[in-house]
Each structure stands twice: as structure tokens, then as C-alpha cells.
Ligand binder design. Structure first.
Ligand code: B1M
Length: 212
């Protein structure tokens, strides 16, 4: 689909205004909203995510591409809702209690959105209770916790423990990440998935959501 490839190219270059205009043009030409999403916006974010994983592009390029995706989504979102295109699932993300770092968390959120996942962003300094509340009130299938400090990573264990105590641990997938986090830490606290970067987090979340 020509115009979807053009949208994808513009998005990869971070051209927000152009992406927005081309999404509108594609809609005017009668291209299905789902095709614009999958073959244009999401295809482009997949490519950006892969390049980020391979260190071919860095944080600023990803942020610029994500901004371009958001401007395309502004136009597309109402049409997707009308045409009944559903997201693949819902995630609640936050930086854990005591921790105010949000650049990595925001990147993970953008990569999730780039996979067609709905995201409830709880922000920073998020307590275990707030994660639980989001699970109960928002119907999320995944809880995603970010931590940047060795002094706050222990909060992730509190999240796992609270879900266990409340008897809902097996109802939700708990993903963790951030600079001090490792796979062995993930296993030691009983979380489900550790990923080292935002693109891998989105890949793993998609696997979980599409397997359900
Ligand atoms: Co702070 N800070 N900081 N800081 N800060 C670090 C993390 C630190 C390593 C710096 C250092 O000393 N060398 C150090 C932590 C040391 C430690 O605990 N071992 C540190 C410290 C000590 C502190 C303060 C305590 C400093 C002080 O006040 N004395 C304080 C703490 C405040 C608090 O949180 N309560 C503090 C404050 C700040 C600022 C506010 C100034 C600012 C944050 C601004 C913001 O986020 N809005 C800041 C910054 C910017 C940093 C550094 C320089 C950069 C962090 C960053 O954004 N990296 C950092 C040093 C460094 O890393 N060079 C540092 C870019 C970002 C894209 O990477 O977040 O790692 P990152 O995300 C990655 C992966 O980790 C992963 O994906 C991303 C990439 O794809 N990822 C996930 C992240 N979350 C994930 C979740 C997943 C999966 C993957 O699944 C759910």
C-alpha cells in the first residue's frame, strides 16, 4: 500500500506534521484505518524499535519518532474507534515508589503504544497499592514497573508480594526493567518478565497479550 509506506518512511524520520497530513490524506482516499495503523504507523515503530535494540538509533530518535506516531494517532484514533479496530490489550506502567526517573518509562510506554497496546500511565513514585488499584479498576493484563535506583528496586518485590497477598498474582503478568534490574533479580522476586530495553519490553508484552 503506497501511502502506508510513505507514512512509515515519514514516521521513521520523525516528521510529525507530514505524518499527520498523510494519515488524513490516506483516510480521505478511503484507506482502511486498520491498514494505516498496521502498515503505516505500527510498521514504522517496529523498525525504529529494532534499530534502537541494535544501537542503530538512540533515545532522541525514538522520542522524535514516537512524537510523530502520536500526531498521526490524533487523526486516526477516532476513526479506529468507529471502525471497531481494537487494541491488542492493556498495560499499566509506572516508575516505582520513591523513584522519579521517567525517561526510560516513557520510552517503554511509547514502544507499547507502537505495538497497538493501550497504556495506563501511572507516572512516577507509584506505590504497590496504586499498581493494584490500576489492575482492579482498569482491567489491565500486564503491570509494568520501572526503577532506576538500587534503593527503589526493592519496591518491585512489594508489588509482586501485594498481588500475591490479594490473591490475584496469577491473573496478571508483571514485567520489570530499568538500569539496575537483571533477569536474576526478576526471578528472585517472582516477577514474570525482565527486559533490558524498551523495544524488547514491547515485543514481550505483545507476545503475552496475543497469546491470551
Ligand atoms: Co538520577 N540517578 N538521580 N536523575 N539519573 C541515575 C539513575 C544514576 C545511575 C546516576 C549516577 O549516579 N551515575 C544514579 C543511581 C545510582 C544507583 O541507584 N545505583 C542516580 C541518582 C543517585 C539520582 C538521585 C538520588 C540523585 C540525588 O538527588 N542525589 C536522584 C533520585 C531522585 C528520585 O528518583 N527520587 C536523581 C534524580 C535525577 C534527575 C531528576 C535529575 C533526572 C531524572 C529526570 C527524569 O527522569 N525525568 C536523573 C537522570 C536523568 C539520571 C541519569 C543521568 C539518566 C537516566 C535516564 O533517563 N537514562 C542516570 C545516569 C545514567 O543512566 N547515565 C541517573 C535514559 C533512559 C532511556 O534509560 O531509564 O535506564 P533508562 O531506561 C532504559 C532501560 O533501563 C529500560 O528501557 C530504557 C531503554 O530502552 N527500561 C525498562 C526502563 N524501564 C523499563 C521497564 C521495563 C523494561 C525496560 O519493563 C517494564
Amino acid at each position: 500500500m503506497g501511502i502506508c509506506n510513505d507514512i512509515s518512511d515519514a514516521l521513521q524520520k520523525g516528521k510529525a506534521k507530514q505524518v499527520k497530513e498523510m494519515v488524513q490524506q490516506a483516510l480521505d482516499e478511503g484507506v482502511a484505518p486498520g491498514s494505516i495503523l498496521n502498515d503505516g504507523l505500527l510498521a514504522a515503530m517496529d523498525i525504529v524499535g529494532d534499530k534502537f535494540k541494535n544501537n542503530e538509533v538512540y533515545v532522541p530518535e525514538v522520542l522524535i519518532a514516537a512524537r510523530a506516531m502520536n500526531s498521526g494517532m490524533e487523526v486516526l484514533k477516532p476513526k479506529l474507534a468507529e471502525s471497531g479496530v481494537k487494541s491488542i490489550g492493556k498495560v499499566a506502567i509506572g516508575t516505582v515508589k520513591g523513584d522519579l526517573h521517567d525517561i526510560g518509562k516513557n520510552l517503554v510506554r511509547m514502544m507499547f503504544e507502537g505495538k497497538g497496546i493501550d497504556v495506563v500511565d501511572l507516572g512516577v513514585d507509584v506505590s504497590a497499592e496504586k499498581f493494584l488499584e490500576a489492575y482492579r479498576n482498569e482491567g489491565v493484563q500486564i503491570i509494568a514497573c520501572s526503577a532506576l535506583l538500587t534503593t527503589t528496586m526493592g519496591e518491585m518485590k512489594n508489588v509482586v508480594d501485594l498481588f500475591t497477598k490479594e490473591g490475584v498474582r496469577d491473573k496478571v503478568t508483571i514485567m520489570i526493567g530499568g538500569a539496575p534490574i537483571t533477569d536474576s533479580y526478576c526471578k528472585s522476586i517472582g516477577a514474570d518478565i525482565y527486559t533490558p530495553d524498551a523495544a524488547s519490553a514491547a515485543d514481550e508484552a505483545k507476545k503475552v497479550l496475543t497469546a491470551k
